[in-house]
Design a protein around this ligand. Sequence first.
Ligand code: AMP
Length: 220
Amino acid sequence: MRIVLVGPPGAGKGTQATRLAEKLSIPHISTGDLFRANISRQTELGKLAKSYMDAGNLVPDEVTIAMAKDRMEQPDAENGFLLDGFPRNVSQAEALDELLTTEDMRLDAVLDLEAPEDEVVKRIAGRRICRKDSSHVFHVTYSKPKTEGVCDVCGGELYQRDDDAEDTVRKRLEVYHTQTEPIIDYYKAQGLVVTISALGAVDEVTGRAMEALKRDGDGA
Ligand code: AMP
């Protein structure tokens, strides 16, 4: 399956993507995680991306598309992938379509995670991620680690992302509304969008997503 996950920052895309990718046996490709890995390794791409990320802006399309394309062309993504955080604007969606068409592939579904703004702000304010693996995500109230500040999965230190600071979050939400939301209409025109509520327990949302993808896969 080839799936795109969309939703505002804080909707739980990363958490759900990890779980769905495992259930569907496809790689979870997060452009945010790829950028953060570059920042940790202090690559040129990381340095460039950090300046945009810290301001809550999108990293320029040219480098983002090249990085996503490179990851999608890895052998593990041959039979499918779950994209989390890409595409994030209509030009990236067009670039993805072009790439898929060249390879004679198509998307199966675009899963839209819906969550009200006050809820996503609460989720982001308490979010803590692991320094060793940014796909390990916790929350100071909703998903507490067993030991404060320590990742349950790998023992890494938990920290708050620089771009989870309140001002940056507001900017990221604005960018989501103006630049990312239009891709939902873009994909609706292709009949690919499945919308589910991102509210409730993590397991509940995963169940809802799996059901929705199954229904969609059956052509219902
Ligand atoms: P995320 O982890 O998906 O919330 O992404 C964190 C930040 O990385 C975003 O606020 C952007 O600055 C940058 N980023 C991630 N994916 C993209 C993308 N597809 N296009 C441009 N910037 C991105």
